[in-house]
Design a protein around this ligand. Structure first.
Ligand code: 13P
Length: 255
């Protein structure tokens, strides 16, 4: 049975003190997880040591990072490598977020290299895909997302795919308050799983958690997570408030 995951992407928010308090408040809410229900918290890099320390000895809640570089070390001013993240106690790394693709011009080829770096350092990858509004309006989102997967993760072996989680984040739903309907989410998640099955095998595809991201909140999480191919969420804004994030975790546990 594949895992359900709710992952917090704090993006570029919170001071160290605010981040510490948020993790304390989440832990105080006693989310009581098990091997089938995991939580990931991905703060900005500067928080990682603190977050890892706070999650030490807490089962099924892991620290993640929002990015890593495509090389292991060297003269790459301002970057953070996968070996450094592994050494710091990070378990998951988000790769290919649409904000990285758009604002930092990250290409499919670069994302393939970042994925390789993360996996070579025993990190689990949360690989993001998703279409902009004009692609959705043209109804070509399935091809767009299949192309993203093909370009950045289809070079992986079936063995490597076991350490990959996919996050489908329609760009028009990120931070806009406009959520994909559960039908739109389920259709795309089923398409992603079918695309993975076509490349690997049905069994391999059935093991990959596929998360939904984009204005996910406690009020819509239960309906989204009830979809058979939606295995949790990648949460931005609502992950910055302990009560909202706990509400989304509770919705995951119901399904
Ligand atoms: P919001 O939940 O703020 O829409 O952000 C989603 C997201 O981009 C998570 O990575």
């Amino acid at each position: 049975m594949r895992k359900k995951i709710v992952a917090a992407n704090w993006k570029m928010n919170l001071t160290l003190e605010e981040g510490k308090k948020l993790v304390e408040d989440i832990l105080a809410g006693n989310p009581a997880l098990d091997t089938h229900n995991e939580v990931v918290i991905a703060p900005p890099f500067i928080h990682i040591t603190q977050t890892v320390a706070q999650l030490n000895n807490i089962s099924h809640i892991h620290a993640g990072s929002q990015n890593c570089y495509s090389e292991a070390s060297g003269a790459y001013t301002g970057e953070v490598s996968a070996p450094m993240l592994k050494d710091a106690g990070v378990r998951y790394v988000i790769i290919g977020h649409s904000e990285r693709r758009e604002y930092f011009k990250e290409t499919d080829a670069l994302l393939a290299k970042k994925t390789d770096q993360a996996l070579a350092n025993s990190l689990q990858v949360i690989f993001c895909c998703g279409e902009p509004l004009n692609i959705r309006d043209a109804d070509t989102q399935n091809q767009h997302v299949a192309d993203q997967l093909q370009a950045s993760i289809f070079h992986l072996s079936a063995e490597q795919l076991k350490n990959v989680v996919i996050a489908y984040e329609p760009i028009w739903a990120i931070g806009t308050g406009r959520t994909a309907t559960s039908v739109q989410a389920q259709d795309m998640h089923a398409h992603i799983r079918q695309t993975l099955a076509g490349k690997y095998s049905q069994a391999a595809a059935d093991n990959v958690p596929i998360l939904y991201g984009g204005s996910c909140k406690p009020s819509n999480a239960a309906e989204l997570f009830a979809c058979p191919d939606v295995d949790g969420g990648l949460i931005g804004g609502a992950s910055l408030k302990a009560d909202e994030f706990l509400g989304i975790i509770a919705a995951m546990k119901q399904h």
